[in-house]
Design a protein around this ligand. Structure first.
Ligand code: NAD
Length: 503
């Protein structure tokens, strides 16, 4: 069986590790590749390779770095179909969703192509008599990206385009569940002209991550994954003196107001709840329906929509399915446990996705769209991230109660409101405790030139990914204040012993 390699110093390298993990095609429930869980020496080799490449790359002009990224962008476009099929094969998401993921990643590359402008720093003339000040935004050194299974192309591309554009070198540790994309991205970067050693991929699991988090040559860590691991990564990297941004899990709420455009809202909710089988950190997994009347209408329409959904393989000849399988057998079992707990705790199960069978794919990891009504905030299916195609409806009497629920939840990644009332919408934008907010937009993922990140336990660290925060994360500011003595002859008795004020 094919073994997915490491990519270190510009070379594809077979791992010597005796620890491996199977990579499955979740639509057929079969292992299709193996990935080695790299040894400590292999992980250190990747760090060393990035460390050695840093000096020269950091001094390469931003324009030259941008030109490589321009070529990388073109190569991504040329290879889009092949890459989308590979994403769908290992992750399970439908082909057009994989194309969408690649497009969102590509947009960060496009943003990073503007680095000569973004990394200019600041300058002030005459901050004192004959004194000027300017700032440099310098790269940090070796940066690390640790990424989740659900966006094997997009999430790495939230990180490395800006890290490389700003003059850093990079080690990517992708998810061991769908690692092939990482190698394809590395090969395309090399084809685009990126010198060897600047971008490296090391396959592995926690053991690999622990080396990356503690090695003194690593300067910064970007992590995206579940909240317990994000918290661990942030604490460990910070304790070892590294800059860290760690994005975690979510439970994204939407408030459905009685005046909402129901056609628009229902279409949006169905797509955002069940797209990618709910395996998105911005999936909409809770609807707070304000008033029984709107809740009853919502439930009726959702049931109709769900009844028309097609679930199956992510790649089909002819008409595409709406939703593919979930990532693994274990994850499927976990989602089914959540559904069982919802029933046990008294929620009303209106559509049950357990036992879903897809003809010709009997061993695939399918869970059908699942809908619960009369969910209450004490239930496990409300409190925890399920990360599957399960939508829960909580009935609330008024907007105030709905807002309080959103704000009291542990997570604060995204939140949305469906309403025609501008005053309520504006107030929601002001008051909601969430990092990304949608007004009649179900998945408010910011564009590449804005920054992506949640609040509360959906993120650890002060800076979000991409946009201006991304540039700040991968650079360190240095401010130089200078006076050239030719015009000012300093005499010995000109020494000053008070705090300089430039007055
Ligand atoms: P995960 O936390 O299991 O794994 C993420 C990465 O961490 C992987 O590379 C994995 O190998 C590594 N890892 C796993 N356990 C580890 C440990 N104990 N110590 C060190 N490293 C470890 O997450 P996942 O299941 O791959 O992805 C799904 C999760 O990611 C969901 O919770 C989802 O909400 C979250 N996510 C968040 C965002 C966001 O922007 N906030 C985006 C995408 C996914």
């Amino acid at each position: 069986m094919e073994q997915i390699k490491n990519f270190i110093g510009g070379q594809l390298i077979d791992s010597k590790s005796n620890r491996t993990s199977s990579v499955f095609n979740p639509a057929i429930g079969q292992a299709i590749r193996q990935v080695a869980l790299s040894t400590a020496d292999e992980t250190k080799h990747a760090i060393e390779s990035a460390h050695l490449a840093f000096n020269e790359w950091s001094k390469t002009s931003p324009l030259k770095r941008a030109r490589i990224l321009f070529r990388f962008k073109s190569l991504l476009e040329e290879n889009r179909d092949r890459l989308a099929r590979l994403i769908s094969e290992e992750h399970g998401k439908i082909y057009s969703d994989a194309i969408g993921e690649l497009t969102r990643g590509l947009e960060v590359v496009e943003f990073a192509c503007g680095i000569p402008h973004l990394q200019k720093g600041e300058h002030s003339a005459n901050v004192g008599s004959g004194v000027d000040s300017h700032s440099l935004m310098q790269p940090l050194g070796v940066c690390v990206g640790i990424t989740p299974f659900n966006f094997p192309a997009m999430v790495p591309m939230w990180m490395f385009p800006l890290a490389l554009a700003t003059g850093n070198t990079f080690v990517l540790k992708p998810s061991e569940k769908d690692p092939s994309l990482s190698i394809e991205l590395a090969k395309l970067l090399q084809q685009a002209g990126l010198p060897d050693g600047i971008f490296n991929v090391v396959q592995g699991d926690k053991e690999t991550v622990d080396i990356l988090l503690t090695d003194p040559r690593v300067q910064a860590v970007s992590f995206v994954g579940s909240t317990p691991v994000a918290e661990y990564v942030y604490a460990t990297a910070s304790a070892h003196g590294k800059r860290c941004q760690a994005l975690g899990g979510a439970k994204n709420h939407s408030i459905l107001m009685p005046d909402a455009d129901m056609d628009m809202a229902v279409n949006a909710i169905v797509g955002a709840a069940f797209g990618a089988a709910g395996e998105r950190c911005m999936a909409l997994s809770v609807v707070l329906a304000v008033g029984d009347e709107i809740a009853d209408q919502l439930v009726e329409r959702l049931q109709q929509h769900i009844g028309q959904m097609s679930v199956g393989s992510g790649i089909t000849e002819g008409k595409e399915n709406d939703m593919g399988p979930v990532i693994s057998e274990q994850h499927k079992a976990k989602i089914c446990d959540y559904i069982r707990s919802g029933v046990d705790q008294g929620a009303r199960l209106l559509v049950d996705g357990r036992g879903y069978q897809v003809a010709g794919h009997e061993r695939g990891y399918f869970v059908g769209p699942t809908l619960f009504d009369y969910v209450t905030p004490d239930m496990k299916i409300y409190k925890e991230e399920i990360f599957g195609p399960v939508l829960v409806i909580v009935r609330v009497p008024d907007y105030g109660t709905a807002l309080q629920l959103v704000n009291h939840h542990e997570y604060g990644n995204g939140a949305a409101i469906f309403t025609r009332d501008g005053e309520v919408a504006r107030q929601f934008g002001e008051d909601v405790q969430s990092g990304m907010v949608g007004i009649n937009i179900p998945i408010p993922v910011p564009m590449a030139f804005h920054s992506f990140g949640g609040w509360k336990r959906s993120i650890f660290g002060p800076l979000n990914v991409h946009g201006n925060d991304g540039v700040r994360f991968y650079t360190r500011m240095k401010t130089i204040t200078s006076r050239w003595p030719a015009s000012v002859r300093l005499e010995h008795h000109d020494s000053h012993f008070v705090m300089p004020t430039m007055e």
